[in-house]
Design a protein around this ligand. Sequence first.
Ligand code: ZN
Ligand code: ZN
Length: 351
Amino acid sequence: MRPQDILIPTPAGVCCKLGSFHIDPTRVVDRALITHGHSDHARAGHGAVLATPETLDLMRLRYGDNFAGATQAICYGESVQLDGARVTFHPAGHVLGSAQIAVEANGLRIVASGDYKNVADPTCAPFELVRCDVFITEATFGLPVFRHGDPDGEIAKLLHSVALFPERAHLIGAYSLGKAQRVIALIRQAGYDKPIYLHGALETTTRYYESRGLGLGELRSVRGAGKAELAGAIALCPPSALKELWSRRFPDPVTSFASGWMRVRARARQRGVELPLVVSDHADWDGLTATIAATGAAEVWVTHGQEDALVHWSVTRGLQARPLDIVGYGDEDETDGTIAGPAAHGEAETE
Ligand SMILES: [Zn+2]
Ligand SMILES: [Zn+2]
């Protein structure tokens, strides 16, 4: 059996004919396996959805109770047989509930990793290495220029600025699922214990993280807080809100943005970001290449992002490698926000 007899890339996403399912389909399908809750991977309207309990909850929060015809929860380490294929979910270390999906048939194992990172994150289970024959990897930061460095160093930079400008607010753009909660957790780890303020669009997801046992200290809504109260405070908002009227309630804010793209100075400048924070939910170049090597996979399929360099790197290592041309993964979490799902629109419009 060849890998493509188990999984084949289609325009709607990777498809398993043996098991009659798609992984992270970009179009509506009968049976979808979803790696994580970001809107470009987790869409509404499928006939049936299999995902971790957290991913199902996050989809419910975003799309409402009827986001799929039927749902089935699967925990990390659990396997289910779907017709001719066996699937197992493993932690991907990307956001709460994020999973890599291992698909096995006839002794061959393919791992679809969704989005992942192989560095510590207090807000989700750590990435688990799964040995496999074929590894499907993302390539959001698949260029050697992307090295994210130490997130604690970035948070130290932020807290230094807060100490330096006690009369100014610090307004941090961070995507609502994963990034915002991780930034808050990192700020708390660094010892900052004052209230942290939240834009309304970040509240639901953040409260959900708290309900799953993540302690984030005292969080307050920006809504209702006066200008005087916000002086010297740290507040988080969706990146789009940094430039909106909404941000004018802050006294002389220092604008900040937490993203792997902040490694690119020009991008920070172009967005008018005064204090770029390189904090990413994705593996950087070293993380991608180290992970590919460690899986032991002889074949690599590369999707969404900078495929070419990673394919080239794999080939020079003697691996078979190909890009998967799937349209529709744009990542609400790491793009400039130009690809906006329904939720991203919602974020921009609500408080
Ligand atoms: Zn993602
Ligand atoms: Zn993605």
